[in-house]
Write a protein that binds this ligand. Structure first.
Ligand code: NAD
Ligand code: LMR
Length: 328
């Protein structure tokens, strides 16, 4: 094994997504079967959380993963993010009883301000950051704004779960394999306002817009199903999605690090002004990736229905941004 180990920080490491995520990172599913990793795991200082984290680390040890070159438990982002090459920010404050959306935004703003500042001070200058903890886009925006010495494009938010949910729904409707679908994207916020757009999607070279020529299904079945899937999982499981969220995080980071070979994927990224989305808004876009960099797919036609959906999800993100502006 000749590659130098890379450092991967994961926050909320003792939580349910953490439990579905760490073993796959350590087995090489995220960064490749030839890439050793050192896990730098962050949990809140609370005794119970730290003890649970130790338990997860015991299990990681018991897997004897050949690629796991080291692992550390942390309770302070300043040590957890030291020299880290990848940071998966999963831990967040869940909504508690009687908590309004503004309270949730404020509680998470504090966490992601502190973590952004820590990344700014101690992480690798090339760190790739993925924010999973909700509200993911706005938390990623806060972390980016709190890390002025890091390139802004290093901060991303997870829209990949929405993308994967849309792929499965579309494949079932069109009667094609998930693996055959290309050029699907999800615009906007990781929330029910997201806009899953299959107007450009193909399967085996055939346009899916023609196969599924059903605007009623699009507007009244497909988009609500994908948009409300998180709530449907909570309703069914009594807990929010975890394995599928971890899977999406692996997909996002793997594609960013290793490239998509020209294929489109969806990433939440700080806007450069493409498609009229104001600069820095953390927005889901179609991208391709190569050599560790992503590039927005340009020049797509936006019709009236799509523009309306994009405006709606953008409006929601701008409201969230406004809600935390005084904290930045
Ligand atoms: P969980 O409650 O099981 O675990 C979260 C863990 O984070 C807990 O162990 C907690 O102690 C820890 N934590 C909280 N604040 C922390 C901090 N400041 N630093 C380090 N650790 C901290 O939750 P989960 O099911 O693993 O979900 C985690 C987050 O991911 C939630 O915000 C959830 O809403 C979100 N989520 C996002 C998506 C997405 O697609 N973006 C999908 C599913 C879930
Ligand atoms: C999901 O999409 O499954 C989660 O973001 C839902 C949630 O609110 O935690």
């Amino acid at each position: 094994m000749s590659k130098k180990p890379v450092r991967v920080a994961v926050t909320g490491a003792a939580g349910q997504i953490g439990y579905a995520l760490l073993f796959r990172i350590a087995s090489g599913e995220m960064l490749g079967k030839d890439q050793p990793v050192i896990l730098q795991l962050l949990e809140i200082p609370d005794e119970k959380a730290q003890k649970a984290l130790k338990g997860v680390m015991m299990e990681l040890e018991d897997c004897a993963f050949p690629l796991l070159a080291g692992m550390e438990a942390h309770s302070d982002p300043m040590t957890a993010f030291k020299d880290t090459d990848y940071a998966l920010l999963v831990g967040a404050r869940p909504r508690g009883p009687g908590m309004e959306r503004a309270d949730l935004l404020a509680a998470n703003a504090q966490i992601f301000t502190a973590q952004g500042k820590a990344l700014d001070k101690v992480a690798s200058r090339n760190v790739k950051v993925l924010v999973v903890g909700n509200p993911a886009n706005t938390n990623a925006y806060i972390a980016m704004k709190s890390a002025p010495s890091l390139p802004r494009e290093n901060f991303t938010a997870m829209l990949r779960l929405d993308h994967n949910r849309a792929l499965s729904q579309l494949a079932a409707k069109a009667g094609v394999k998930v693996a055959d679908i290309e050029k699907l994207t999800v615009w906007g916020n990781h929330s029910p306002t997201m806009y899953a757009d299959y107007r450009f999607a193909t399967a085996n070279g055939k346009g899916l817009k023609d196969v599924v020529n059903d605007q009623d299904w699009n507007a009244n079945v497909f988009l609500p199903t994908v948009g409300k899937r998180g709530a449907a999982i909570i309703e069914a499981r009594g807990l929010s999605s975890a394995a599928s969220a971890a899977n999406a995080a692996i997909d996002h980071m793997r594609d960013w690090a290793l490239g998509t070979n020209g294929k489109w994927v969806t990433m939440g990224i700080p806007s450069n002004g493409d498609y009229g989305i104001p600069k820095d808004v953390m927005f889901g876009f179609p991208v391709t990736t190569k050599d560790g960099k992503y590039e927005v797919v340009k020049g797509l036609d936006i019709d009236a229905f799509s523009q309306e959906r994009i405006n709606k999800t953008l409006g929601e993100l701008q409201e969230e941004q406004k809600g935390v502006a005084h904290l930045l």
